[in-house]
Design a protein around this ligand. Sequence first.
Ligand code: SF4
Ligand code: SF4
Ligand code: FES
Length: 760
Amino acid sequence: MATTESATVTVTFDGREVQVPAGTPLVVAAAHAGVEIPVFCYEPRLGPPVGACRMCLVEVEMGGRPMPKLQAACTMTAADGMIVRSAATSEKAEEGQDAVLEFLLLNHPLDCPVCDKGGECPLQDLAFRYGPGKSRMTLPKRTYEKPLPISPSIVLDRERCILCYRCTRFSSDVAEDGELIARERGAHSVIATFQERAYVGAFSGNVTELCPVGALLPTPYRFKARPWEIVNVPSVCGGCAVGCNTWATVREGRTERVLSRNHPEVDEGWLCDRGRFARYEPLTDRLTEPLARSESGLAPVSWDEATRAIAQRLRHVDSLDGAGSVAIVTGGSLTNEEAYAWGRIARDVRAVTASGPVAKAGAWELLDPYAARIDDLDRADVIVVVGDADVADRGGVLDLRIRKARRRGAHLMIVGPGGSLLERDAGSVRQTGGATTAQALADLVRDPGPLAAATHPVLIVTDGIDVAAIAAAAHALGLHERGGVLPLPTGANERGARLAGLAGGGDEVLAAIEAGAVHALVLLGVDPTAEWPEADRWQMALSQVRHVLTVSPFVNTSVSWSHLVLPQAVDYEREGTTTNLEGRIQRLRPATKPPSGVPDLAAYVAIAGHLGIEISPAPSKAYAQLAGELGIPLTWSELNGRAPLPARTRAAGSAPTAPAPAPAAAVGEGRFALIAPRPMASGVAVERTPALAHQRAPWVMLNHEDAARLGVSEHDAVTVRHAGGDHTGPLRTSRRLRAGAVRINWAGVQVTGDAEVVRA
Ligand code: SF4
Ligand code: SF4
Ligand code: FES
């Protein structure tokens, strides 16, 4: 019975002894003993237990004395000598659980046959296994208006709610958005949004997975499928470089729903709303076959003709015009294997390449000695976030992990222009004035503040463009010896594309086109005329290039300038691997087939084949080729399930050098410095998803003094005029945003420079 040296305690569950570390939640300890204690409200990811539902009632004996009443096991931790009897061996516990279930079902509508949760519902399962079997309720049940949309993506059925508070705890304690509340008291308690407004928050959809009954449901999935008709395919989200693990729910060849597939080292079972709800629909303008331009416009051609023509044109341009006359550009949507095929083609035709809109100053590998893992945030004592962009926009669920670390006690320091989402409860905020990220990093090295004494600091740079500056700062701050750095790439698989040979920036390619050096341009899953800065210049550039080849899922502006077009697969149609921001390689599995019927990799391999390059069209074999060439230590089968991140050697190395930070661009008289990173709720898929329309609402943020000077106040419509066009939205005033800056949230392209702000 005694506590062992390593603070292990012995607990007996239904006569089975088990040793667990002291402090283990009783529910978890019971699972170790092979005893199930049923739960509804217990969910460790939401913070301390609240003991709301009483489903976990057990009999407990301590020090030889039975505790007088049944105990909620979820609120207790294992203590040495504890004897626990669950409903399996204790009549009293069984009676208690029966009573709890009968009580929970008093007002529950028992509409399982028409409830979307039916068949995958914990309440249904536990009622079946533990419930009294029949109800003594003869009075009319409580009814509410239903379903109630709490946002365009979530509906609430209050009659089904068992008031476990999982949803409100997520909102207040995990996402910290304070959007969901429990209103009224006792039997009249209901879940509600503040003043019945729509739940707006980057992570709202998680409540639909947390809800243990059919009270909170994702609107797009309502009445779409029954559990016996679906297949859940394990894959990875392609929305950003975090690479959250997902299940794609497929019914009759369509991905109808995306659920999280908890990878504790990556996403902890959370998804952002973009990853959960964004769909590449409607399909009316989906490209389904290769097209070639003739005098009468774009017309369908066979795959063989198209792939041969592409190879011939690339070879011809390279032979005729020399190195650098072909440009191959991607935005981070390719798999590693697809990028590898194009990387090999690029080498063969001596192409200039780009894997994102802006060239990185320095190679990504410079950061390897300082690399942090995402789960380093769980150990961090100081977290510093540097940059203009919000973490939620660039790195989705990283925002939730940072908040969790801050609640645990880590010091959160924000270095930026002000007005970011994480600032409100940060331990310290350093406003950068008009400084660039490189200048802010140099300043951080001069005055590291709380970073100086940190034992496990994590530096997050939200615009990971100036890689050399980040590496130099990381070295100067000693992040090869403690903690590390997490730079956030622009595209989901930008990192994989760069490693596979498509490094470089779109700005460099654009300059080369304008200089007349590029005669064949390949656009791989990116439309720079809509997604990248300098959209007008890109349009002009496309009109100058002799051969434009576009690979795209949909008809877009670039397609209208193209001479050859290949259809592209979208998320959940691809097979292969992707590399997340930590460098973790994870497997994508196809949940459905691309409408063209031809996998992208097979088409690219065919082009490579016509150029005499041998690559296997089987993703597993192409991965083996790529892994062999790049020295990746993991085999295809090792990437199954939850992909590991191999340990990296942290060679101290010499200090990387970075050029002196360039000064920030000058801001014209009477104008404002524009801060307009690309929001998470933007992009082709988001634009096509009605359930995300409310998350895309534009706004303009000004410092409160600037707003007063302009004579505009909160909610007034104001127009921001800049080189990329005019944008009008409601005003938000802020005391945190620096004076002289305007922050805008637009679901369009990322824009920079300065702007005029006027009342609309
Ligand atoms: S809506 Fe669902 S998650 Fe929220 S309190 Fe009710 S049952 Fe629990
Ligand atoms: S955080 Fe990124 S990877 Fe995760 S669900 Fe959102 S978009 Fe997808
Ligand atoms: S699970 Fe223990 S009270 Fe709800």
